[in-house]
Structure formats: C-alpha cells, structure tokens
Write a new protein. Structure first.
Lengths: 377, 225
C-alpha cells in the first residue's frame, strides 16, 4: 500500500529497510528538512474504536520517545498517521543491528562489553526521564560503522503489548529477552530493561542463547526458574568480574538486581578498563615475542554456578583451594564412617572427658565416703 | 555423609558494585586460605557460594569453630563477614572434575549465616551437639542466643560463642561441689545425732584415738552436741 503510494504523510519513500510484526520500515526522505529518515509504519486496528485507542496510545508513546535525545538512542523526529497506517519518522542509522552482528561474525569480549555499556548509558538516560523500553533485544540495538550502539523502538513495545493484552490476555513481545516480572505479567520498571540487557550481554559474551524453549511455557520456566551458567565457564578467558556483573543483572528478584542502569554502566566501564589493560598487556608481550608450549591437558578452572546462590544449596568446589585430598578421603572412607552422627554424651563419658563434671563427681564421692565414715565410725 | 559446615557470608554482597564484590571475594579467598591451612587437607572441602564460601570440615567440629572464629576476625580488616555453623547431612554430586556438594547441612548453615548479621557467628543446635560429642564440655562455650524461623518455616535454635561461659560453668560446678560436700557430711553428722545410742562423732574419734592433741580434744568437747 505504502509502496504504491510512494509517499506516507509528507515523507517520500525511497526504499524498504525491513519488515517486522508491526509493519514495514522504509527509507524515506523528508522534503521539509531535506533529510533522509527511517520511517516505521504500524498497521492500525481495522475497527474504528480499537483504532482510536491504539492511535492515542501510539501518539502518547511516540511523544515520550521523541523527548529522548542521547547518542545511544535512535532519535524520533516525527509521528503521524496516513490511510490507516501510523508512522514514526526516526533517525536513519547506517549500520547493522546487533542480532545480525552476533549471528554473522560475533563480538569480542571487548566489543560486547562496550556495546552493553553504551546501551546501559542510553537506558539510564531514558529511565531518568521515566521511560522504560520493555523490549531490549539484539534486534532493537543498532550498531553504526563507528562502533556506536543505538537503542531503537522506545515505547513501541508498550503500545504493542497493551494492545495485545487487551485483545487476548496474553503477553506479546520477545519472550526470550523478558524479565521474570515482565513474562509473568507483573508491573515492570527500569530494572526489567536491565535484566533484558543482561541477557543480551550474556549472549554477546558467550555466543549462546540464554533462555530458550520450544514454546512460551518453556521459555517462561527458563526465565523465572533456571539460573545461568557464569560466562567465564563457557569462555574461560573472560574477566571474573563479568560473572558478577552478569549475575547481578540477571537476578530473578528485581530488588537484588542492579537498581539503575547507571550502576550497570559503571561496572561495565570497570570491566572495559580491565579488558583494555589485558589487551595492552597482550600486545606488549606479543612485541617481546616468545614461544610457549600450551599444555593440551590443562583444563581451565571452572567458575561457580550462579545457581549456587540463594535458593539452591548445590555449591561447587572452590577453585582457589585444592580439595582433591578431601575428595580422595571421602571416596576411600566407608559409608558408616561418613554417616556417623553425633552421639549424645552420657554421664560416664562426661565424667571421663569433661573436667568440671569430673571434679563434681570426685567431690561427691569424697563427700559420700566422709559422710559414711561419720555415720559408721 | 555428615560433616560440619562453616558458611562464611559477605554482608550485603548482592547490593555492592561488582568491582567491590570482586575485591571482597578476593579478600575472602585469602582469609579462607590462611584459616583453612590449620586443618589437614584431607579433612576439609572449600565450596564457593555466590555471596561467600562454605568450608566443610570432616570429623573436627572444634577445628570448624576455630576456623569460623578466626575468619570473623578478618572483619576488622574491612571484610564484612558473618558466619553460620551447622553439622548436618551432605552429598557429593557431579562428575569428576566438576564436583559439588549439596544437602541440608549447607542449607541450614547458609540460613544461620543469613540470620547472623555482620561480624557475628551463630551455630545451630546440631553443631553444638557435634561439638559436645567431639569434646564434651566444649559445647558450653556456645551460649543460647535465641531461635529463628527460616524461609522454609523451620525453627532453629541458635547458639553464639561466649568467652566467659566456660568460666561461669566451672564456677557453677565448683559451687555445686562445695554444697554437695557440705550436704553429705552434714547429713552424716545429723544421722549420727539422731541415733541416741551412739556417741557423738567427735567424742567417738577422741576416744578411739587418745593420742589426739589436747587443744583439739578441748575444741571437740566445746563444739560437741
């Protein structure tokens, strides 16, 4: 329809950039300002009542998103509707989205942390203004050629979800990147975006999908119940601090998660500094080149499972202290010996091993003999 | 298996920035490396928890208590630790090279540590009983500190170290000994006094041992009933 019209509102369509569940994204030209924009179209409800409601919500969210002006957020210029299609004119970002990047070439640890830090900065800016994204996922993060990350589609998730919930009572969106509270249909706040960013960071670092499942129920179960394996276990060379950052971002309970994206960005900056210093160190050691033989049998030490926290009592062996001698002795010991529970201490044992009762017993014995002597003498 | 568990928890760990978490964990590892060195390597297993660490000590509750007490002194060096001690069932799980431990012994120790609060050590009744079994009398150093109900609605009786508890116990036993001696001898004398046919004990002794010095003889006659 739009293509046929070749114009949406005042925007002249130059080409198609992509298609999504909500509509089509076009490359368009704004004749008023003579600039090229990305025009996102959203199909409105066919019935008049639903369309009005949807339209109102869309305008409200677009206005809120339009107030966001940050280097890590795709700027929204304009919004409107044309022939039953709502549209959003946004800054055109030349580059690829993070999903394409992860699936095609992946990201190094340094790049992953840098992207996550930039996204956290952008989120912090929006959260400070009371705007929650609700759909942070790799496909909504654009990467420019200069290595800048930009968050797209602020507020659109809310429009979409609210609409879908009213019609079917179900949650729509991208379940694999939702926080436990979001997927359970509870109210969400900025901390929900932090959880979603935690998933994105995890996937960038490890190259593996964190929460997956064949259907929504399995995904829901994974998000709400299953604890992640720390990134250093999958990629042993990562700084240990990233385990803490990811674990904190992915806490199921929002109260113990990062409370603001500023905190997350600050921790990611520290990780970034460590990664950069490592990179410099490895460059320096590469300059003074020397050949080392790697032990093929040597295994990287394993990080503790994040599930070893809070509810679960399964704790992995510590890496910093060798427990192999104890394990050997456990395996060698008999079952009865290992299962021996403490015995109650009887009087005889008490008298023979405990000084104070022994003293009392001896005094009582002496007193008894003395008393008998007094009586019988 | 059954063993003692020392759960060392870093206070407010989850709420700290990740850089501080990494620093505190490194500090905790150093503390455990030093304190666990006192135990034979075959007698202890160190486990990692998200907000601290657990040391499983086999057949040595005294060593476990000492380790916890020594680790807590690290609090003075800026490591906000609290400790929970328990003696309970554990199970070794996982394949070789990826072993882990699980069980109620750890769960209760973790709950007790959670309840302990900063720079405090609390022990469960099971641990106190294990301590009594290992060294009868030593359990008195853990004085009753109250009860608490954990998230699983289990009530735990808790004990905290009390430096003066052993001395107080010793004094109580000494006093009881003195009272007992006095009571026994008093009862013997009373019994003899009630028996009219017999001479008083003092007089009978003087009669039996005539070589008793005169001043003692005089004293006995004065106090004689």
């Amino acid at each position: 329809m739009a293509k046929k019209a070749a114009k949406i509102g005042r925007y002249k369509i130059l080409g198609e950039l992509g298609r999504g569940a909500m509509g089509i994204v076009y490359k368009a030209s704004d004749p008023n300002l003579d600039r090229v924009v990305a025009l996102k179209t959203i199909l409105l409800e066919p019935d008049a009542e639903g369309r009005d409601e949807y339209h109102k919500r869309f305008i409200l969210e677009a206005k809120a998103a339009g107030k966001l002006n940050h280097p890590n957020i795709v700027t929204t210029f304009d919004c409107g509707d044309h022939d039953g299609v709502a549209y959003l004119a946004m800054e055109l970002v030349e580059g690829t989205d993070l999903r394409t990047r992860i699936t095609s070439e992946g990201a190094t640890a340094l790049e992953a942390v840098e992207i996550a830090r930039q996204v956290a900065e952008g989120l912090a800016y929006a959260h400070d203004r009371g705007i929650v994204h609700r759909d942070i996922k790799p496909a909504n993060i654009m990467l420019t050629g200069q290595g800048q990350a930009k968050i797209m589609d602020f507020g659109l998730a809310r429009v979409r979800m609210a609409d879908h919930k009213t019609s079917t009572g179900m949650v729509l969106g991208t379940p694999r990147y939702m926080s436990p509270e979001q997927i359970s249909g509870q109210p969400v706040d900025a901390r929900s975006d932090i959880f979603s960013l935690g998933i994105v960071l995890y996937e960038m670092l490890t190259g593996t999908r964190l929460f997956s499942g064949e259907d929504i129920h399995q995904v829901t179960h994974s998000i709400t119940q299953v604890e992640h394996v720390p990134p250093t276990r999958t990629v042993p060379g990562l700084p240990a601090m990233l385990d803490f950052v990811v674990a904190r971002a992915l806490k199921k309970e929002p109260a113990v998660r990062y409370q603001t994206a500023h905190e997350l960005a600050a921790d990611l900056s520290t990780c970034l500094a460590e990664l950069r210093s490592r990179e410099h160190a490895s460059e320096a050691s590469a300059d003074a080149s020397k050949t080392v033989k790697l032990d093929a049998l040597a295994k990287a030490p394993e990080a503790p499972l994040a599930r070893a926290i809070a509810v679960d009592t399964r704790l992995p062996l510590a890496r910093f202290l060798d427990s192999s001698a104890a394990l050997k002795s456990i395996r060698a010991a008999s079952r009865a010996e290992l299962a021996r529970a403490p015995r109650p201490v009887g009087w005889l044992r008490r008298i023979s091993s405990d000084a104070a009762p022994r003293q009392l017993f001896l005094l009582a014995l002496f007193a008894g003999i003395a008393s008998a002597f007094v009586v019988l003498a | 298996m059954v063993a003692s568990v020392v759960f060392l928890k870093i206070g407010e760990f989850a709420r700290r920035p990740a850089s501080e978490q990494a620093r505190l964990r490194a500090q905790l590892e150093a503390v455990i490396a030093v304190t666990a060195a006192e135990l034979p390597p075959a007698g202890r297993v160190v486990l990692e928890a998200s907000d601290g660490a657990a040391v499983v000590v086999f057949r040595d509750p005294i060593g476990a208590l000492r380790l916890a007490e020594r680790a807590l002194t690290a609090g003075a060096a800026g490591l906000p630790l609290c400790a929970g001690l328990n003696h309970g069932a554990l199970q070794l799980t996982g394949n070789k090279g990826a072993e882990a431990m699980t069980g109620d012994g750890i769960a209760v120790a973790a709950s007790v540590a959670e309840f302990a609060g900063s720079s405090r050590l609390l022990a469960s009744r099971a641990f106190r009983e294990a301590l009594a079994d290992a060294a009868p009398g030593r359990e008195a150093s853990l004085a009753r500190a109250g009860t608490f109900t954990d998230a699983g609605l289990r009530t735990h009786e808790l004990f905290a170290p009390d430096g003066r508890a052993l001395r107080r116990r010793q004094m109580r036993y000494s006093l009881a000994g003195i009272v007992l001696v006095a009571a026994f001898i008093g009862a013997g004398i009373g019994w003899r006094a009630l028996d009219g046919e017999r001479k008083p004990f003092g007089s009978a002794m003087i009669a039996k041992y005539p070589e008793v010095p005169a001043y003692l003889r005089e004293l006995v006659q004065r106090v004689s009933y």
